[in-house]
Write a protein that binds this ligand. Structure first.
Ligand code: NAD
Ligand code: G6P
Ligand code: MN
Length: 445
């Protein structure tokens, strides 16, 4: 069957992940053929570093694809079938503040969890809404596949503020964990795993996992996780785990698992269940943002500049990992009606039976041309239900705070987070974050 060619715009063209997605798109021309590939960013200088290299890559490997990088929304969003979004409003320098401010007060400092995630959410909401509006204006039939974090808060905001938008919020963490799980249970690839999972973004649990023949993978997996977490023999091939902070997170899953051995956890739960450990092991002067600036950002940009100067990418080190694989696979499922099963962040509406309908949950969905259809995960136990309801309330309060420009609501959100010990600590963090975010947040009253 001849597949209809697609037009894609990558929003956040200057992202450290863009070149990897381009590699994946080019490698998948048989499954997801492109007629056009565009980059959009509001920072021309940053985007052009990545664009100059990707132009060379496209010319060399798939010259039939029309390639364009622009900061003009009309040019970017006109005639597209998919918007692949991964913007970081405020950049890595604001991520650094999200991480360092809470740590000053002995609280988890993290990109998406705790007060740092809330601060980032307040910046991200208008950025992502703006992208939706561009898409709806210039290509009303397109789908937006959104990685922009904090995905949980962004998903709640888009549900409320643009309820009819064709946006799907996604996360690569379950896919990255399943890559290690495949190694642990002896499967070739994570795509062979059929799973049942429920929760929120960066806040969920697996209940079942089988291979495609229906063989239960869980007993062997649990035996391993109880001893080593998700650290596995194949880790040296996983670029994510080259970095020691990620390795620590994968190992810590052992302790996250211990508190409920009836399920298998997402690694992000460590921030909520072991915040004291996380803070004790953090360096308040050198956080993950610093690590990313010194490693991923530097390496990707240096490689892009090398390609642009050499005018060839023949020997490039840029790789398309599971992050790129997931978003391209999702676009393919929507375009070509594959009915694949994928974890997406969607409105609950009964998927978790004993949770409010309007919570944004992460559950397996069947994806086709019609969009996504969430699968029913049934009722969940007290432990997870209690944690999830608390976290849903935090996420909703952040969006309330944004919409109502309410200091009070954001203070409540920070106070309610399981990562924050008291209302007074929450207030201190909030006050310092307001100072740091004057350029980005609405003025709160
Ligand atoms: P980055 O800072 O390298 O890139 C982000 C790009 O977005 C920058 O080029 C920046 O100029 C651009 N940008 C910022 N605000 C914009 C706006 N309003 N309009 C257009 N462009 C804008 O960041 P990164 O480390 O590559 O990460 C990109 C995003 O992807 C982050 O939000 C990150 O958290 C997210 N991410 C999410 C997942 C997931 O699981 N959901 C996985 C990986 C990365
Ligand atoms: C995982 C998560 C993303 C998060 C990323 C952070 O991929 O799913 O939501 O943005 O990790 O990675 P970093 O390397 O930037 O700390
Ligand atoms: Mn994620």
């Amino acid at each position: 069957m001849k597949l209809e060619k697609q037009s894609v715009v990558i929003a956040g063209g200057g992202s450290t992940y863009t070149a990897g997605i381009v590699m994946m798109l080019i490698e998948n021309q048989d499954k997801f053929p492109l007629r056009k590939l565009k980059f959009y960013d509001n920072n021309e200088e940053r985007q052009s570093i990545v664009a100059r290299a990707c132009e060379v890559i496209v010319k060399e490997r798939a010259p039939e694809i029309e390639f364009l990088a622009t900061t003009d929304p009309e040019e970017a969003f006109t005639d597209v079938d998919f918007v692949m979004a991964h913007i970081r409003v405020g950049g890595l320098s604001m991520r650094e503040k999200d991480e360092k401010i809470p740590l000053k007060y002995g609280v988890v400092g993290q990109e998406t969890c705790g007060p740092g995630g809330m601060a980032y959410g307040m910046r991200s909401i208008p950025g992502v809404i703006e992208l939706i509006d561009y898409m709806e204006k210039y290509s009303p039939n397109a789908w937006m596949l959104n990685y922009s974090n904090p995905a949980a808060i962004v998903a709640e905001a888009t549900r409320r503020m643009r309820p009819n938008a064709k946006i799907i919020n996604i996360c690569d963490m379950p896919v990255a964990i399943k890559k290690s799980i495949a190694d642990i249970v002896g499967l070739e690839s994570e795509s062979e795993i059929v799973d049942r999972y429920y929760g929120l973004n960066h806040f969920g649990w697996w209940t079942e996992m089988t291979d495609k023949q229906g063989n239960d993978l869980v007993p062997k997996l649990k035996e391993h996780v109880a001893k080593y977490g998700y650290a596995a023999a194949g880790d040296e091939e996983n670029p994510l785990l080259e970095e020691s902070s990620w390795m620590d997170t994968f190992q810590k899953a052992k302790d996250v698992y211990a508190i409920d051995p009836t399920t298998v956890p997402n690694t992000y739960l460590k921030y909520y269940l072991y915040p004291d450990y996380v803070v004790a092991h953090a360096n308040p002067n050198y956080t993950r943002a610093n690590e990313v600036m010194d490693n991923r950002e530097k390496n990707v940009f240096a490689e892009c500049e090398r390609i642009a100067a050499a005018q060839t990418a023949e020997d490039t080190t840029i790789e398309a990992g599971e992050h790129a694989e997931f978003i391209v696979q999702l676009a393919g499922a929507l375009a070509y009606n594959t009915y694949e099963r994928m974890l997406l962040i969607v409105k609950n509406e009964g998927a978790i039976a004993n949770l409010d309908d309007d919570a944004m949950v992460e559950v397996p969905c069947i994806v086709s041309k019609r969009g996504y259809e969430p699968l029913c995960m049934g009722k969940i136990p007290h432990f997870q239900k209690g944690m999830i309801e608390q976290q849903v309330a935090v996420e909703k309060l952040v969006v309330d705070a944004f919409e109502e420009k309410s200091y009070q609501k954001l203070w409540q959100a920070m106070t309610l987070s399981k990562t924050v010990p008291s209302a007074s600590v929450a207030k201190q963090i909030l006050d310092e974050m307001i100072e740091a975010n004057t350029e980005w947040w609405p003025e709160l009253n």
